[in-house]
Design a protein around this ligand. Structure first.
Ligand code: SF4
Ligand code: SF4
Length: 259
């Protein structure tokens, strides 16, 4: 019987801090276990070898912030049978999407000595705004167990089993005390996608929303809950304008608290 061809994996970087690629590197043992069915064909952060496409699965980290990258992602899409975005930058525009609420020219002038040499778009947008995406893996950075599940699922031809519930479920599962109920500390957990294992509530802090909106977030109800704890419109706006400020549900929730 002919041996089954290995799935060809490519990893691409756009505007990002590389943290999600590092999460992939952190999967050493798990990737070794998949070595029989997966070939890493293109991953410039770790290898000088770059095998030409097409690729069976492309993992894309980062957002679109320059005209050149808006072109490049089209080529990546054409070379990829399946394309999965990884991390808050790729799925929501990342922390750099804060420019979407301000004037990018002002930022450019404040940061660079010669801003005229910097070519940047007025907004930072998720990859799905530019090309079709087969799956979005949220988080900043992504959870390595969830990442391995995504790679394994696409290599084997089925949908990844990633829970769409909120951080509150993870919080209860690990037996953490609810900081909202017990201490009156505002927490984004009820509207945030699971994946971090309720890291901050377990350390007695409110959730910052690093994993972006859960499947059906009730941000209005959460806002009312925060108000009962004394939060102002400015507090709520700031909370939703974090790493996932560009995610649709959080963007709208932030706008709802514009003064
Ligand atoms: S999602 Fe977070 S960890 Fe991943 S590349 Fe963006 S900023 Fe870095
Ligand atoms: S601490 Fe936050 S994440 Fe945990 S149960 Fe309470 S509201 Fe939900």
């Amino acid at each position: 019987m002919a041996a089954r061809r290995k799935a060809r994996l490519a990893v691409w970087k756009f505007a990002s801090c590389d943290g999600c690629q590092l999460s992939l590197l952190d999967c050493e043992d798990e990737l070794l276990a998949l070595a029989g069915e997966l070939e890493i064909s293109y991953f410039l952060e770790v290898s000088r070898a770059a095998v030409r496409g097409p690729y069976d699965l492309s993992l894309v980290e980062g957002s679109i912030t320059t005209p050149a990258d808006a072109e490049r992602i089209l080529r990546v899409r054409r070379a990829s049978r399946r394309l999965v975005t990884i991390g808050a930058c790729a799925t929501a525009g990342g922390i750099q999407a804060l420019r979407n609420f301000a004037d990018v020219d002002e930022f450019r002038a404040a940061v660079y000595a010669r801003p005229e040499y910097i070519e940047a778009l007025a907004t930072s947008t998720p990859i799905s705004r530019h090309v079709a995406v087969d799956f979005e893996l949220q988080g900043c950075p992504i959870n390595k167990v969830q990442l391995v599940e995504v790679i394994r699922a696409f290599a084997r031809g089925h949908r990844p089993r990633i829970p769409a519930y909120s951080v509150c479920v993870e919080c209860k599962r690990r037996g953490a005390v609810c900081v909202m109920v017990a201490r009156g500390t505002p927490c984004l957990g009820p509207v945030t996608h699971a994946g971090c294992g309720a890291l901050c509530p377990a350390c007695d802090r409110g959730c910052y929303g690093c994993y972006g909106p859960m499947e059906s977030p009730n941000t209005a109800s959460l806002g009312a809950g925060w108000r009962r704890l004394g939060a102002t419109d400015a507090d709520l706006r700031r909370a939703f304008r974090g790493i996932n400020a560009g995610a649709e549900a959080f963007r709208k929730a932030g706008e709802a608290h514009e003064s």
